[in-house]
Design a protein around this ligand. Structure first.
Ligand code: NAD
Ligand code: MG
Length: 401
């Protein structure tokens, strides 16, 4: 029986993780759950999974949850609030596995803490690695933690790698393992064929309606701009110790292949399946074993198209920015991620247009790209400065609209 802590339990990844737990009560026990604000959803999860501790980062939400738990007669569950409680949560000795599924840079400190506490860390929160890169990988190497990728592409790449590379996350060399390239696939999102002159009028509802995947709102917008693929490009660099030239983005609208590894001898190994996050989650939770994830088996006779193409940077300027950031260094990556979080939120609040996201990101990245970062405080400081610069740009655009 493994003890599990789910950070971001009320989100899309949290929900899918708890579905795997539901299917395997003999293997996993929920020790703790965390969320930001969604009280009603967390209350339901408490009733079902009976965790020992819950952290609501928002203090009002924590008070409301306490009341609800009293009303429903659950006096055993400890409810805490704030970032510090989140960090303490992952250190608990009963916790073996930490699912890091908070959205955005807010996930960085608790995820890093889980690594330092030698846990088996399942990384969905790609922003943690994007914002802190080498610092995160160094912490991993200084610990006895195991890091397993949850992002479907990185989980697919992991599955296509030979054992020495799987064991050497962040440090093994592809060249020592006969690998020539990592092929990162992406669907191209909902606007792959939309005429470019219509991009100005894209609404949040349209951007959040991904053709293949059901995800949280921030990552859905990132998928529509392909910033998500850009963040994944940076994530792949750190997870698999790659240089930007080792990674190729391949458009694959059907999302059947979740990514591939190309070997020196011409072999290409792909991981495929239906687009359902329970597959990578179950893979990482049970690794190196395999367990049922409740996912429909893939039916090749119903698969009519299998298309591939190149990503067009005019359509996806955010992808271009992220690849440039990956080449430029940590300052550019941290600043770009922060700007993007602010810009996406402003777009979701209908304060700016879809096309403004890339303009804000480019401007902020340019301002901070030469900043040197060598510690977590440096990451947090740049994150906050870049957010401030992005907010200023959002305000300017709002005045114009
Ligand atoms: P979501 O918006 O559905 O859920 C986010 C979760 O984080 C919620 O539980 C929320 O309460 C919590 N949260 C938000 N802000 C917080 C804060 N400041 N402090 C603490 N907790 C906070 O997001 P999601 O789609 O589940 O994505 C989570 C992470 O997984 C993201 O980093 C995303 O890029 C990554 N990811 C998601 C998918 C997917 O299919 N949804 C796929 C690959 C990777
Ligand atoms: Mg992904």
């Amino acid at each position: 029986m493994q003890g599990l802590s789910v950070l971001g339990a009320t989100g899309s990844i949290g929900f899918n993780t708890l579905d795997i737990v539901r299917r395997h009560p003999d293997k996993y026990r929920v020790i703790s759950l965390s969320a930001n604000q969604r009280v009603a959803q967390m209350h339901q999860l408490c009733l079902e999974f009976k965790p020992q501790t819950v952290v609501m980062v928002d203090s009002q939400a924590a008070e409301q949850l306490k009341l609800k738990l009293m009303e429903s007669g659950d006096h055993q569950i400890q409810v805490l609030q704030g970032q510090q409680a989140l960090i303490a949560l992952v250190r608990e000795p009963q916790v073996d596995i930490v699912m890091a599924a908070i959205v955005g840079a807010s996930g960085l400190l608790p995820t890093l803490e889980a690594v330092k506490a030698d846990k088996k860390v399942l990384l969905a929160n790609k922003e943690a690695l994007v914002t802190s890169g080498q610092i995160f990988i160094d912490a991993l190497h200084d610990s006895n933690a195991t890091l397993l990728p949850i992002d479907s592409e990185h989980n697919a790449i992991f599955q296509c790698l030979p054992k020495p590379m799987q064991k050497g996350i962040g440090s093994a060399h592809i060249k020592d393992n006969g690998i020539s390239k990592v092929l990162l696939t992406g669907s191209g999102g909902p606007f792959r064929t939309l005429p470019l002159e219509q991009f100005n009028a894209i609404t949040p509802a349209q951007a959040c309606a991904h053709p293949n995947w059901d995800m949280g709102r921030k990552i859905s917008v990132d998928s529509a701009t392909m910033m998500n693929k850009g963040l994944e490009f940076i994530e792949a660099k750190w997870l698999f110790n790659l240089s930007p030239d080792d990674i190729q983005v391949v458009l694959h609208p059907q999302s059947t292949i979740h990514s591939m590894v190309q070997y020196k001898d011409g072999s290409v190994i792909a991981q495929m399946g239906n687009p359902d996050m329970r597959t990578p989650i179950a893979h990482a939770m049970a690794y190196p074993q395999r367990i049922d994830a409740g996912v429909e088996p893939f039916d090749f006779f119903r698969c009519q198209n299998f298309e591939f193409g190149e990503a067009d940077f005019e359509r996806y300027p955010n992808l271009k920015l992220a690849i440039e950031a990956c080449r430029a260094g940590q300052g550019a990556c941290t600043a770009l991620n922060a700007a993007n979080e602010v810009a996406v939120e402003a777009f979701l609040q209908e304060q700016i247009k879809f096309t403004d996201i890339a303009c804000i990101n480019a401007d902020v990245m340019q301002q901070f790209k030469d900043t040197d970062i060598d510690c977590i405080d440096g990451v947090l400081q740049l994150d906050s400065q870049a957010r401030h610069a992005a907010v200023v740009l959002v305000e300017t655009i709002k005045e114009r609209i």
